[in-house]
Write a protein that binds this ligand. Structure first.
Ligand code: FES
Length: 57
């Protein structure tokens, strides 16, 4: 599933970034070499990251 349609970032990409240590959408997108544009995806990306981080804890 696509999380960020502006940047074509998939749910899997965001989850992998979260598992590798990023803890916010901005960092996750930066780790993929991208930047948020419209910002619409940020709440969803944040929720995915929080889920991965709590699963890892
Ligand atoms: S959908 Fe992610 S910045 Fe627009």
């Amino acid at each position: 599933m696509v999380v960020c349609s502006c940047n074509a970032i998939r749910e899997r990409d965001v989850r992998e970034a979260a598992r590798s240590g990023v803890d916010c959408p901005l960092q996750a997108y930066a780790s993929l070499g991208r930047r948020p544009r419209c910002g619409q995806c940020i709440p969803f990306a944040r929720a995915l990251i929080a889920e991965e981080r709590s699963a890892a804890a």
